[in-house]
Design a protein around this ligand. Structure first.
Ligand code: PLP
Length: 446
């Protein structure tokens, strides 16, 4: 490893960062994170801060999860790679598919298809949804319905169902035949109400209206995050997802739950679907499945969808989709160890309890700081929306949001900003004292 000065001088010089303007990164190079321990990270200057971002919603068990590290090391020694394309597989993957079928049994999901991350998982769901209808002799069901403010990764399919212009405009034209419904958002919506149940009903009515207009027999699937993450932690009313499920069922539309963030306890329930009492037809997962230590994802598939594929003996049932790293043995070993630790530590219960403390503390900060327009959260995914004028709900200026971020960092806590939102998604192992540290630093930052 080269010396510190070399690293600092070359920061952002030869590499482009995701979700960042290269020129801006060159002018204001990103922070260099050198190490992590427990729920803290240490930057190249030696400053230690509590990571209230949890890596990127994924390091649920923190940075010192020895069983996962050991599983990775051991698997590297045993078998560092082999393909899972037709004809070969590996032992940890078979064990993982068994464990995942157990894990997701309450969600009605029993088959898995492996990927290298969230965008791959979303893409896989979209492709399998179309194929499902083709096998079912409904080849015209090709369209997708999604939510504005939804985030589904950055592959062309995922970007097409994405509900934020930042991830779309510069890459258009995207997939045709995608319909976006409003987000179930109480703070900002086109319905002139703040009542979550009314908003859910209004979106359901729009969905029905679109189905009538497009023709149900042209729609393949609805894709939703049970709690919208990157769009600013938007928590739907409890009636929302059940309403969507019921409409999908009535019209033969598949429901894809994008649980790349929510699948392993972050909302305080083991899955976001379970949180709302809904069984999806497919679920995309990634991130926390390996505690962020290895790029990996799994698409979970319901019995209903599986049956259609498995009972078809023609070429239309052949899955012409997959990745070199689908089912990577090291990822599988990491996921097995992560699932075991996730269950042993019962992190969903901790996420629920600590999440309530964090949300209550953020609401107290709202009473103190005019800058906070809205506070939202479920479990350990929370957001503050910063405004320059509370009555008008006008978004806070970019430099103000950056200053809050930097001052909070100086006070010892890393948060993430996205537009005018300050987002918190700490590891699910945080203590009550860690939650207070986050709140104290944010108070200082604000
Ligand atoms: N879907 C959701 C809900 C996500 O939050 C993300 C990433 O944050 C993705 C998909 C894309 O995942 P990845 O960045 O691993 O490709």
């Amino acid at each position: 490893m080269r010396e510190t000065n070399f690293i600092i001088e070359n920061n952002a010089r030869h590499l482009w960062h995701p979700m960042a303007h290269p020129a801006e990164m060159q002018a204001h190079p990103p922070r260099i994170v050198n190490s992590g321990e427990g729920v803290e990270i240490v930057d190249i200057q030696g400053k230690k801060v509590l990571d209230a971002v949890g890596g990127l919603w994924n390091v649920n068990l923190g940075y010192s999860c020895e069983p996962v590290k050991k599983a990775i090391r051991d698997q590297l020694d045993e078998l560092p790679y082999y393909s899972t394309f037709r004809g070969t597989t590996n032992s940890p993957l078979i064990e993982l598919s068994y464990e995942l079928a157990e894990w997701f049994k309450p969600d009605g999901l029993s088959r898995s298809f492996f990927t290298s991350g969230g965008s791959d998982s979303v893409e896989t769901c979209l492709r399998l949804a179309r194929q499902y209808h083709k096998i079912n002799d409904q080849p015209e069901r090709t369209k997708f319905v999604a939510l504005k403010k939804g985030y589904h990764g950055t592959h062309f399919g995922g970007a097409s169902v994405n509900g934020n212009q930042n991830f779309r405009r510069n890459y258009e034209p995207l997939l045709p035949g995608v319909i976006h419904l409003p987000a179930p958002f109480t703070y900002r919506n086109p319905f002139n109400t703040t009542d979550g149940a009314e908003i859910a009903q209004a979106i359901a009515t729009l969905f029905e209206d679109e189905i009538a207009f497009q023709g149900a027999d042209t729609i393949a699937a609805l894709i939703v995050e049970p709690v919208l993450g990157a769009g600013g932690v938007i928590v739907p009313h409890e009636t929302f997802l059940p309403l969507m499920r019921e409409i999908c069922d009535r019209h033969g539309i598949l429901l894809i739950a994008d649980e790349v963030i929510t699948a392993f306890g972050r909302t305080g329930a083991w899955t976001g679907s379970r949180l709302w009492g809904v069984k999806p037809d497919m679920m995309s997962t990634a991130k926390a499945i390996t505690n962020g230590y290895f790029p990996f994802g799994a698409v979970m598939i319901s019995d209903k969808v599986a049956h259609v594929f498995e009972s078809n003996k023609n070429s239309v049932g052949n899955i012409g989709h997959g990745y070199t790293y689908s089912g990577h043995p090291v990822g599988a070993a990491a996921a097995l160890a992560t699932l075991k630790e996730t269950k042993r530590l019962d992190v969903a219960a901790n996420a629920a309890a600590r999440g309530e403390e964090l949300l209550a503390g953020l609401k107290a900060l709202q009473n103190k700081h005019e800058l906070i327009g809205d506070v939202r959260g479920k479990g350990l995914m929370c957001a503050l929306e910063l405004v320059s004028d509370r009555a008008k709900k006008s978004a806070a200026a970019k430099d103000v949001v950056q200053k809050v971020h930097d001052a909070t960092y100086d006070a010892g806590v890393m948060v993430r900003t996205s537009g005018a939102n300050v987002i918190m998604s700490p590891p699910l192992i945080v203590t009550a004292a860690n939650v207070q540290t986050i709140l104290t630093a944010l108070d200082a930052g604000l």
